[in-house]
Design a protein around this ligand. Structure first.
Ligand code: CP
Length: 330
């Protein structure tokens, strides 16, 4: 469960239907009874950690939460590394020991924002997958956050019904460059689900070329479209979904100061406010959270009836239960 890339539309639909059965209380199965799932967090989390722990409990299982460098040893992932510095244990042993206790391993490992070419290959998650013989569940890596995008798709389905929507993924100004996992996974899943996707960002803040190409192919296969624009006003016009997210520029990985200097000009324009929302077709407002109020989105928008961010966060629980049930025979 690294991304939704290899999932068919039918598999995605089945996961959303399963999530809805859990949400409505129609599915009370316990496919994890007597089983433990490891959750490995290299980075902080509220929603992912809490919803995974609760979901595993509700499926009858036990969550083992580990934080390398905190509650477990610092971890090396590079093949052939000479471990004479700050790393105590290699992923090769970490994974193969953990899977003697646990039936799956969830991993959160953000981009370090230092080397784009290296990080776009998701090297840490890749190392876990390489050594594991149990399922690896991506809880947000440098490039993908599939559990988030499944919850996003479920939320759009619940709020707006089935069928094709004009879905706008908009970049927003933020005081530091952030990874691209959420926008990547949202773009991909929206295209796979047959929405007309508009990606709006300032010049120079393009998403990964290969990811965009994959999304374009998925959209074509689903009879939908992907449009990329640098014009935030045009993007918002007629939108049914506004999904806000900030991300760093690929060209400035390893050079935060240059990214910050470049993005300064976009602060007042690239924010979701009441004026931008008034151009939409009564769009719902979405964000994966955590969100910086009055930076990414104004209080007026996030506190309005258009905002579905809390339902979106709740849906993390239901889609992750669906994923775990699918993996373990529920
Ligand atoms: N959206 C999301 O993944 O939230 P956390 O970072 O709090 O887990």
């Amino acid at each position: 469960m690294i991304s939704t890339i290899d999932m068919t539309r039918e598999q995605l639909e089945n996961l959303l239907e399963s999530a809805l059965r859990f949400k409505r209380g129609e599915d009370t199965s316990k496919p994890l009874a007597g089983k433990s799932v490891a959750l490995v967090f290299f980075n902080p989390s509220l929603r992912t950690r809490a919803s995974m722990q609760v979901g595993i409990y509700e499926l009858g299982g036990n969550a083992v939460v580990l934080e390398p460098g905190g509650t477990s040893w610092t971890l090396e992932h590079r093949v052939g590394a000479v471990m004479d510095s700050d790393k105590t244990e290699h992923v090769a042993e970490f994974v193969r020991v953990l899977e003697r206790y646990c039936v799956a391993i969830g991993v959160r490992t953000f981009a370090a924002m230092k080397d784009w070419q290296e990080e776009r290959r998701d090297p840490v998650l890749d190392a876990f997958a390489k050594y594991a013989s149990v399922p690896i569940i991506n809880l947000e890596s440098a490039m993908h956050h599939p559990c988030q995008s499944l919850a996003d798709m479920l939320t759009i389905r619940e709020k707006l019904g089935r069928g094709r929507k004009r879905v706008v993924l908009t970049w927003a100004w933020h005081p530091k460059p952030l990874p691209m996992a959420v926008p990547n996974s949202f773009a991909l899943a929206a295209a796979q689900m047959g929405h007309d996707l508009v990606i709006a960002h300032p010049s120079g803040y393009d998403l990964d070329k290969e990811l965009i190409e994959t999304s374009l192919q998925a959209a074509r296969a689903a009879g939908a479209s992907v449009e990329i624009t640098n014009d935030i006003d045009a993007a918002f016009t007629g939108a049914e979904v506004i999904y806000a997210k900030s991300w760093g520029s690929k060209q400035f990985y390893g050079n935060t100061d240059q990214d910050l200097a470049t993005r300064a000009q976009y602060r007042s324009k690239w924010i979701v406010d009441e004026e931008n929302m008034s151009r939409t077709n009564n769009a719902i407002f979405m964000h994966c959270l955590p969100v910086r109020r009055n930076v990414i989105v104004t209080d007026g928008v996030i506190d309005s009836p258009a905002s579905v961010v809390i339902d979106q966060a709740e849906n993390r629980l239901h889609v992750q239960k669906a994923v775990l049930a699918r993996l373990f025979g529920g």
